[in-house]
Design a protein around this ligand. Structure first.
Ligand code: PA5
Length: 431
């Protein structure tokens, strides 16, 4: 399903270093599967693939269908791994104009008062036909205590109760741990519907749990195809780990050779949010003890006109990973123009996707020639199955890569430091 091409990275590496990296990656892969590496208690995202919970997939699909038939707006309230996976899949599949219906909007992912005020004003504003908007809120927080999310949820809950009274109870769905955390207290007190994120799955590995599945299903996408796309990838890798091991080993050997930045780039703008999900998965998993490749997301060809110069000719410390799609969701032919003032008639009748592909190949060549090792990962097309497959591929690749680094992929101790400093300034008890 996923094709890897490392031809344009190979010349930057010594054969012996790559071979060593292969050996290490194979060992790390065994550690993930056998739960013998660091943080084995957080490898539940692999177990999910072994015994898919069809009843849960059906239940989520049914609830999503009921919400879809009534909602105008579905608010996903969460931060980091609690929303990036859903956003990655929804943005990849949703039409650009006007996007999914019901409209999926995000909250709890920062602390902008202006954003929250405008969101509440938008939810309060009647539809074009004069009727009130039908709003549902899905608050997602594994810990149930994350400040950004809790703060937004307090404001949204307040608005929901004022707007819908008792009916708010049916319109608020919570996804959190089985027990503990402030969100569980609120659920117990107000009686909201609750989905559980199992303790053995961390936020950034949780997109194939209710964390990601409910918002994705409400947006109208086939969560069964998504989930089973991941299961197929799991089975493929179990049968033949070559692609995964080659990808991780190349990336690791390049890191060991001194490269510091991994530019995750795609020529399909709808994959920008997928890059955002990868950025968090990789960044939060590997950035430990002063190690790790900094993951930077570029959406081409847009960013060739902002960051292309840096990639081509700036500090030579980056590798580039292209996410490539064989078949576009849609295509168009460039019309001929008798005047040809723009000089584009040499492209008349050509498909825009074909032109975009030539831009990709040209960019890859130019960046390679400019001293950037380039890796390409290609999927056949953007659909639920391929996205599921990429999700599992990158989750596993990240775990294996971080084991190669000798670190725990599943914790994020560094994230606590800003919280401690912030709580102290805010005067929180015991901060
Ligand atoms: O990957 C992670 O664990 C984090 O990014 C969390 O998802 C993020 O910090 C949000 O945490 P919580 O779901 O507890 O609100």
């Amino acid at each position: 399903m996923i094709k890897l091409d490392i031809t344009s990275a190979r010349s930057f590496l010594e054969e012996a270093d790559l071979n060593k990296a292969f050996q290490l990656s194979n060992e790390s892969l065994v550690h993930v599967h056998n739960k013998t590496g660091k943080g084995p208690e957080w490898t539940g995202w692999v177990d999910l693939m072994k015994s898919p919970n069809d009843a849960l997939l059906n239940e989520i699909s049914e609830l999503a269908q009921a919400i879809r038939s009534d909602a105008d707006v579905f608010v996903v309230c969460g931060i980091g791994g609690s929303y990036l996976g859903a956003k990655a899949v929804i943005d990849a599949l949703a039409p650009f104009f006007p996007g999914s219906f019901p409209e999926i909007v995000y909250a709890g992912h920062h602390m902008s008062a202006r954003y929250l005020n405008e969101l509440v004003a938008y939810l309060s504003k009647p539809r074009n036909d004069g009727k009130s908007k039908s709003v549902y809120v899905n608050v997602i927080s594994k810990s149930g205590t994350t400040t950004e999310t809790a703060l937004a949820f307090r404001m949204l809950r307040d608005w929901m109760k004022t707007t819908y009274g008792d009916e708010a109870r049916k319109r608020i769905i919570c996804t959190t741990s089985a027990s503990g955390g402030a969100l569980n207290k609120i659920i117990d007190a107000d009686g909201y519907k609750k989905y559980v994120l199992p303790d053995n799955i961390g936020g950034r590995f949780s997109v194939l749990t209710p964390v990601g599945l409910l918002p994705i299903a409400v947006a109208g996408y086939d969560i069964r195809a998504l989930f089973y796309g991941a299961v197929s990838e799991y089975e493929r890798i179990a049968h033949d780990p070559e692609t995964l091991v080659e990808y991780v080993s190349t990336r690791y050997a390049l890191y060991k050779a001194g490269y510091k930045v991994d530019v995750i780039a795609s020529f399909e703008p709808e994959l920008r949010s997928f890059g955002g999900w990868m950025q968090q998965l990789m960044g939060e998993s590997e950035g430990k003890n002063h190690k790790g490749l900094y993951p930077a997301v570029h959406a081409y060809s847009t960013d060739l006109h902002s960051l292309g110069q840096m990639v081509q000719d700036g500090e030579r410390n980056m590798i580039e990973t292209f996410l490539v799609v064989d078949q576009p969701i849609d295509d168009a032919l460039l019309p001929a123009d008798p005047e040809n003032y723009d000089g584009l008639n040499y492209l008349a009748g050509r498909s825009i996707h074909d032109i975009n592909t030539k831009a990709l190949l040209g960019t890859s060549q130019a960046h390679h020639d400019g001293g950037v090792p380039v890796l390409s990962l290609t999927i056949p097309k953007i659909n639920e199955e391929s996205l599921g497959s990429m999700i599992f591929f990158f989750e596993l690749a990240t775990a294996v890569y971080v084991y190669n680094l000798g670190e725990n992929p599943f914790d994020q101790p560094g994230v606590e430091d800003y919280k401690k400093a912030m709580f102290k300034l805010l005067g929180k008890d015991n901060a």
